[in-house]
Design a protein around this ligand. Structure first.
Ligand code: TGC
Ligand code: FAD
Length: 400
């Protein structure tokens, strides 16, 4: 894909906000990873992102750079193409990427948590060796096909299926809303076998009967490419079946990994909106005073930094639980839901503080706000995560 890099004249002035000295809870490695990714975002993402979002174009040239900074599978073992770091480092990297743009974090989430992770966790050694180094280096782009046109929140109803035919499975069906599918070399696809059991397969783009048309007209995540996956009698070698998992817990296990990253990522978008609003409130004057001198503006800013601080603590504690292997799916749901909603509310308040300027691309607010409307829906909607918490505390399932 060709890319015209139009550098914006404005500089990324972002400064970190750490009201509760959470940095003191982080290791030197965490801080080094954070600073490296922040610098990369300032140099490679901030100057071009408004232009790409405006044109609804995906900066696919950033895949290589994302690989170089270790954004693909930061907590997967290094010998399998990951970063060999811990879960908090993974979270912080997602935070810094989403500070630039949710679509850039999406590129990394899908590649690392939804494509490399299932191949690492559920694949055999041959599959790991064949795909993971190429995915880790950005030579291959991957995508994750779970959602279908008629089965979004309820993936267990999927109709995409495989039929056993000697050395191959014949795959039929369609997936919808798939991040990166139009540019992907491989897809991790979830489909039902003849007994209705969900299985995972690695499907390659050159397999006959595979297509990945792009979905156009998005007002959200405009710098991220989204498409369908269509399978018409695709003959997938049996060697491409992920042997070590069956059932919905396969894809849901990957989602736990990615939702964890989003809980941190959303903090980045919120911090960027707060940072911009705080700066604007100290510069812009009305009625002979800076906006920040009005009590109503202070209320907005004080509530923003309070909510950000609470969400930072939630993410950090979730990270320590994840490092100990103790983070439950329901705890991850709570953090994803809370932090994304928090970021969306902060984007809306930050937009108010910027007045009319807040709707322009001069400031990152509107882009973050529109992006977050997808983030609050994908990887489980706001209400689905509420129902997961509800089920966890009551023991009653209110989905069906
Ligand atoms: P349920 O009966 O509850 O569970 C089935 C099996 O899965 C296990 N399980 C999990 N395992 C690991 N992690 C989790 N988070 C898990 N949640 C459940 C569960 O223990 C059970 O195991 P077993 O051994 O008993 O079989 O399943 P259900 O059919 O009732 O569904 C529950 C529900 C509604 C919560 C689930 O379907 C759900 O989470 N729906 C939301 C769908 C969703 O999140 N889709 C995301 C698609 S991918 C995407 O959006 C990528 S965007 C990427 C980007 O661009 O960044
Ligand atoms: P629906 O499930 O139809 O839900 C519509 C509304 O009904 C929501 O508000 C929901 O909360 C509510 N609802 C549904 N069920 C219940 C219930 N039981 N009780 C109360 N309310 C309910 N999927 C992938 O597999 N791979 C990807 O890479 C991927 N990338 C995406 C990228 C983007 C930009 C977007 C927008 C989506 C992506 N998705 C992807 C799909 C995403 O995960 C789904 O959109 C999401 O899970 C919701 O499904 P749906 O859109 O079909 O909404």
């Amino acid at each position: 894909m060709s890319h015209e890099i139009k550098k914006s004249a404005k500089t990324d002035l972002y400064e970190h906000h750490d009201y509760y000295a959470i940095d003191e809870l982080l290791s030197e490695d965490h801080l080094l990873a954070r600073d490296a990714v922040r610098d990369w975002v300032k140099q490679e993402v901030s100057p071009i992102i408004e232009d790409y979002a405006n044109r609804a174009a995906c900066p696919t040239h950033l895949f290589k750079g994302l690989a170089e900074i270790g954004a693909f599978g930061p907590s997967l073992p290094a010998e399998y193409g990951g970063g060999g770091m811990d879960e908090i480092a993974y979270g912080i990297i997602m935070q810094e990427l989403e500070r630039g743009d949710s679509g850039i974090r999406s590129m990394a989430s899908v590649q690392g948590s939804l494509v490399m992770y299932p191949i690492y966790k559920y694949g055999n050694e041959e599959q790991r060796k064949k795909y993971l180094p190429k995915l880790g280096s950005g030579e291959f782009i991957g995508c994750f096909g779970l959602t279908e046109p008629d089965h979004g929140s309820n993936p267990s109803g999927m109709v995409t299926n495989i039929v056993d035919d000697g050395d191959v499975y014949i795959l039929n069906g369609a997936k919808m809303w798939i991040t990166n599918s139009p540019v992907a070399d491989i897809a991790v696809v979830w489909a039902k076998d003849k007994d209705g059991i969900i299985r995972g397969l690695i499907v390659e783009k050159d397999m006959k009967g595979y297509s990945a048309p792009e979905i156009h007209g998005k007002w959200s995540l405009r710098a991220s490419v989204t498409g369908e996956l269509v399978f018409e009698d695709v003959r997938v070698p049996k060697a491409n079946l992920l042997p070590n998992v069956s059932g919905l817990k396969g894809p849901l296990g990957c989602l736990s990994k990615a939702r964890y990253g989003i809980a941190w990522g959303a903090l980045g978008a919120a911090l960027d909106c707060y940072d911009s609003a705080l700066r604007y409130s100290k510069e812009r004057e009305q009625f002979g005073k800076k906006l920040g001198q009005f009590q109503l503006t202070q209320k907005k800013l004080a509530e923003m930094i309070t909510e950000i601080t609470k969400a930072q603590l939630l993410a950090w504690r979730l990270g320590t639980l994840a490092n100990a292997g103790k983070a439950t799916p329901a705890q991850i749901s709570m953090a994803k839901r809370n932090n994304v909603n928090m970021a969306l509310e902060i984007a809306r308040e930050a937009r108010q503080i910027h007045g009319g300027m807040g709707i322009t691309g001069e400031y990152p607010i509107m882009r973050h706000m529109m992006n977050l409307e997808s983030v609050v829906t994908y990887e489980g909607t706001h209400d689905i995560h509420l129902l997961i918490t509800g089920m966890d505390v009551t023991g009653f399932n209110a989905f069906g």
